[in-house]
Design a protein around this ligand. Structure first.
Ligand SMILES: *[C@@H]1O[C@H](CO)[C@@H](O)[C@H](O)[C@H]1NC(C)=O
Length: 256
């Protein structure tokens, strides 16, 4: 009997898993809202909704990000069915204000039709190494397509490497714990570094990078971490990684 109940409980949990399709549909609704400069069409929870912009609670309706329609030059999204969250990158180079938005959406349990959190790092003119057109050029050349199933990195490895990367400023051994692909590249704001496993921080700061929020998508070998980049001074930040063949292929950062 106990065993049967356990099986039933497992089945209940399994059916409550949110789907990739649902997550990506919600992410698309956010892209549509940004494109239109309007909240309509975003299914925000009426009982538990929070908007975070650059690590601070804010009013989504009054956000400068939605103050005007944005022409979107590049967007891509990843989906984390375990955390029921998505990550969307948006690059807009040509409006009155250029933007690079790194946004995570979160949903309650299995219900991807309701959004409980829009959590965005919104970089614009004046942000660290900000040049949206230059960033666009670097990102357009990248391939974030699906990783063949047999070669996908595990969720654990993605989280481990993402965390190790953010720990490099406080832990002198962190950089050495990561395997770097030979043709790995870093796009930090608009700054481009290849290969990326050179000139890495080896400790030195006493302040760990905090407030880490994860979206992990094994299908494209990616982890995005929104955080407060405290090691060098309290910057709202997004660090996204892609692993190929178990090694770091891309690092993309958006820092305000
Ligand atoms: C409200 O939403 C947040 C973000 O998704 C979640 O972490 C939290 O548990 C929710 N709170 C309640 C009471 O459901």
């Amino acid at each position: 009997m106990a065993r049967l109940l356990t099986l039933l409980a497992v089945a209940a949990v399994a059916s409550a898993e949110c789907t990739r399709e649902g997550l990506l549909a919600a992410a698309n609704s956010y892209v549509a809202a940004i494109t239109a400069g309007k909240l309509d069409g975003l299914k925000l929870s009426s009982t538990n909704f929070t908007y975070m912009e650059n690590n601070k609670k804010a009013d989504l309706a009054k956000s400068g990000v939605l103050a005007q329609p944005l022409k979107i030059d590049l967007t891509r999204s990843t989906a984390d069915v375990i955390s029921c969250a998505s990550y969307t990158l948006i690059v807009s180079t040509s409006g009155t204000k250029p933007y690079i938005l790194a946004t995570q959406l979160r949903h309650p349990g299995d219900d991807t039709t309701t959004i409980t959190l829009v959590d965005t790092i919104a970089a614009t003119t004046g942000s660290l190494f900000f040049n949206a057109a230059k960033t666009l050029g670097h990102l357009k050349a990248q391939n974030w397509g699906p990783i063949p199933e047999a070669e996908r990195p595990s969720r654990e490895l993605l989280k481990k490497y993402g965390d190790a990367y953010l720990d490099m400023w406080t832990d002198k051994d962190a950089a050495g714990s990561i395997q770097w692909g030979a043709d790995c590249e870093r796009v930090e704001g608009s700054q481009f570094t290849k290969p990326c496993g050179v000139q890495l921080p080896r400790g030195g700061s006493t302040k760990p990078n905090g407030m880490r929020r994860y979206v992990i998508d094994e299908t494209v070998g990616s982890v995005d971490i929104l955080c407060s980049f405290d090691s060098i001074g309290n910057y709202p930040d997004s660090h996204e990684f892609r692993l190929e063949g178990g090694k770091v292929k891309y690092v993309h950062t958006v820092t305000v």
